[in-house]
Design a protein around this ligand. Structure first.
Ligand code: FAD
Ligand code: SF4
Length: 480
């Protein structure tokens, strides 16, 4: 039976482990702990409520808490996330490429950014395990770029006609999109039917906590408190001893031996700031990839015959010496008519929408803090010159990349306001002077505090981040 606990009764219980948040970072960590010998009493503190899939569809939203109402900012930059049981597993589009081996060694290879304290090979088995949990569909040929020791759990989605032409000409660079949108139905999920509303998938085809990991909260060791917003942690010496929870205007303190902080890359550092646990790096480095929408007008090839929303991924503009000067780019081939269908007779489907996503530099001035009232403040100064140069290069190289296609025109349609991928505010590293947590995601100073989720990313990468966050959590919990 699911153990929902009454927040008012929390102080009566001493927990071995207190987990804050229930998104990718927290839930994959909990999953691995329960597979091993779990601590006797675990409490999950989740700010949001629990909405099953049917209710999300009926209400046309995942949560009553709008992300932009949870922080203040003077910038018009959009930061997007979900407050609710399962966090980003509810709203994500389920695109799941791994990070590239070079992403972990940016400083050594290209003299920019930072090296991660672990490399691709160390994370590789955990990538495979996270892919198994989410039943990822993918293309085995991808091992040419991203080596793998285990097969994709599901076969690849059907590529569109433009993808097939690209893959035939560039077999080592153009692949079917890896995704947690089911290619074939599972016991919990329908097969993806390319209806293109992935944030609120009508047929429950993508992996979510609801359809994949809800059983975690049935475990007899696990208590779950909903509507439990953690405002701060309490410390004694170099140990965290309690979490302060705000609910219905009052505060409750809960004690624990060990803590896991997975409240997303804006709210996790804010909690440390309010707790008096922040050094200058805490909250510094908020970033996400920089994307634009491009439409390729095709001459004689029809698109939109693939089996999911994004069917192709092209690595032709990704790795290389250009990363010294500007961000790497990843090109997503879409199977949806983002820019409408074409009006010319017989050419309705001769449109290829691309998303070009570029690596961002991590700048400490883009940061999260809290004001005197304890409100979260996001300081953001704009896109870096590094990302802008990366985008310029990608757009300049695009005609060559698309040489296998009959291209009539390439039109830059819009800059994307957000990729919904907040990252980098509690970065991992070996050097306590240059990072907040170590390679096992344990805080350099408070050794009974582990930080999970995308806040721990030392550099941006380009791939969608959740698979990497899940793999890092599986690894961190395996090391405990
Ligand atoms: C529309 C959209 C589409 C996306 N598509 C993709 C995609 O296709 N592929 C991909 O890889 N990523 C995608 N993402 C990004 C993905 O959602 C995040 O990368 C991922 O969720 C980050 O994991 P996390 O554990 O760091 O944080 P989250 O998953 O956001 O989890 C944070 C958790 O903490 C809780 N919380 C926050 N503050 C507190 C507090 N004070 N007290 C208690 N609990 C708290 C939240 O409710 C939540 O449960 C998408 C995001 C959005 C919004
Ligand atoms: S393409 Fe359609 S069926 Fe597939 S995950 Fe998205 S919304 Fe669901």
């Amino acid at each position: 039976m699911r153990q929902f606990v009454d927040i008012a009764r929390l102080p009566d219980t001493a927990y071995d482990l207190v987990i804050i948040g229930s998104g990718f970072g927290s839930s994959f960590y909990l999953h691995r702990l329960l597979e091993r010998k779990a601590p006797a009493r675990i409490l999950v503190l989740e700010w949001g409520q629990h909405r099953l899939h049917d209710r999300q569809i009926a209400d046309n939203r995942h949560s009553d808490i709008a992300p932009q109402e949870t922080f203040r900012t003077a910038s018009d930059k959009v930061w997007n996330f979900t407050i609710g049981l399962g966090g980003g597993t509810n709203c994500w589009f389920a695109q799941t490429p791994r990070f590239h081996p070079s992403d972990f060694r940016l400083r050594s290879l290209y003299g920019v950014g930072a090296d991660w304290p672990i490399d691709y090979d160390e994370l590789e088995p955990y990538y495979g395990q996270a892919e198994a949990i989410m039943a990822i569909s993918g293309d085995e040929r991808m091992a040419a770029v991203l080596p793998r020791s285990s097969p994709f759990p599901q076969p690849p989605h059907r590529m569109s006609a433009p993808d097939r032409l690209m893959a035939a000409a560039q077999p080592d660079r153009h692949f079917a999109m890896p995704t947690a949108r089911a290619r074939v139905a599972t016991a919990q999920r329908s097969a993806c039917c390319a209806s293109f509303r992935c944030s609120l998938c009508p047929v429950d085809a993508k992996f979510t906590l609801n359809n994949g990991l809800l059983h975690l909260f049935d475990h007899p060791s696990v208590d779950l408190a909903l509507g439990a917003k953690v405002t701060r942690l309490e410390t004694r010496g170099d140990a965290v001893v309690g979490a302060v929870v705000e609910s219905d205007g009052s505060e409750v303190r809960v004690a624990g031996d060990r803590f896991v902080l997975g409240a997303n890359a804006i709210h996790s550092p804010a909690i440390l700031h309010r707790s008096g646990m922040a050094d200058p790096l805490t909250g510094a480095g908020l970033h996400e990839t920089f994307g634009c929408n491009v439409e390729v007008l095709l001459d004689g090839v029809d698109n939109f015959d693939g089996s999911t929303i994004t069917t192709g991924l092209n690595y032709g503009l990704y790795d290389g010496e250009h990363r010294r000067e500007g961000g790497a780019a990843l090109v997503y081939f879409d199977n949806r008519w983002t820019h409408g269908l074409r009006a010319e007779p017989g050419r309705m489907r001769q449109s290829l929408p691309l998303m070009i996503v570029v690596e961002e530099a991590v700048e400490d001035s883009n940061r999260v803090s809290v004001n005197r009232e304890g409100e979260v403040v996001v300081h953001y100064g704009g896109t870096s010159a590094y990302a802008e140069r990366g985008q310029e290069r990608a757009l300049a190289k695009l005609p060559d990349l698309l040489a296998p296609l009959p291209v009539e025109d390439i039109v830059l349609r819009s800059q994307r306001p957000t990729e919904s991928h907040l990252q980098g505010t509690l970065r991992m590293g070996n050097d306590p002077a240059a990072s907040v947590v170590d390679a096992g995601l344990v805080h350099h100073r408070w050794r009974n505090l582990t930080v999970v989720g995308t806040s721990t990313f030392p550099t941006c990468g380009i791939a969608n981040p959740s698979l990497t966050a899940a793999a890092l959590s599986l690894r961190a919990a395996s090391l405990v």
